[in-house]
Ligand binder design. Structure first.
Ligand SMILES: C[S@@+](CC[C@H](N)C(=O)[O-])C[C@H]1O[C@@H](n2cnc3c(N)ncnc32)[C@H](O)[C@@H]1O
Length: 199
């Protein structure tokens, strides 16, 4: 069985174009078989993105982990003028994201293959992720807690997770030594904003 996060070279390509509008901006994204939410933009991703854009309108240095076809990171770069790096472990996702950002002359940032933070050398003001869940709790926690090795001193992690995916227990784990704020919730999706505890 092929999951969207696997690199399946034999998967037939069937490119689609998805439209997303935000304020006066209009975006189009190429998606394809073998990537997450290929037929329509995911509700949780939209809720995360729009909650973030409401919470922070500044131009920041941002990392989008598990970028898929680049929906979250591309919109943040264009709307806020942010520098955004995007990473994914799925080659087709990285290829689509590279293709998608070409449509936007104002896009600032880069796109590269990375298993969680394996290829990430920089530090960021913001790390944002609609994290993979099916990869298991260990990888999920690697992506969420690992963010703090790649955030600047006052850096912030934003992520989305559903209640039935263990939102409340993940929140509890992160709260051990961090401050976790629920900035939005809707239809079982929780949007969390996580900061380092100040000493
Ligand atoms: C829930 S999807 C979100 C995709 C995209 N951000 C969006 O909102 O449409 C999670 C993404 O994480 C990627 N992923 C899975 N395991 C990963 C890993 N170990 N490192 C980086 N990305 C991973 C998947 O390929 C997938 O694109």
């Amino acid at each position: 069985m092929s999951h969207y996060f696997m690199n399946d070279e034999n998967l037939v390509s069937q490119v689609r174009e998805l439209i997303y509008k935000y304020a006066s901006f209009s975006f189009t994204f190429f998606s394809d078989n073998g990537v997450f939410s290929k037929k329509s933009i995911d509700y949780g991703s939209k809720l995360l993105l729009e909650s973030y854009l409401k919470d922070d309108t500044a131009s920041r240095k941002v990392l989008d982990v598990g970028c898929g076809y680049g929906f979250i990171g591309t919109v943040i770069s264009i709307v806020n003028g942010s520098y955004v790096d995007m990473v994914d472990v799925n080659k087709r996702a990285v290829h689509l994201t590279k293709r998608n950002i070409k449509k936007y002359d104002n896009f600032k940032g880069s796109v590269f293959l990375s298993d969680a933070y394996s290829e990430v050398k920089d530090t960021y003001d913001v790390i944002i992720t609609n994290p993979p869940i099916r990869v298991g709790k260990q990888k999920l926690l690697e992506i969420l807690t690992g963010a703090f090795d790649h955030l600047n001193e006052d850096g912030v992690l934003y992520f989305v997770i559903r209640k039935d995916q263990g939102a409340l227990s993940i929140k509890k784990i992160l709260e051990n030594d961090r401050i976790v704020e629920t900035i939005n919730k809707d239809k079982g999706y929780f949007i969390y904003k996580v900061k380092k505890m100040t000493k």
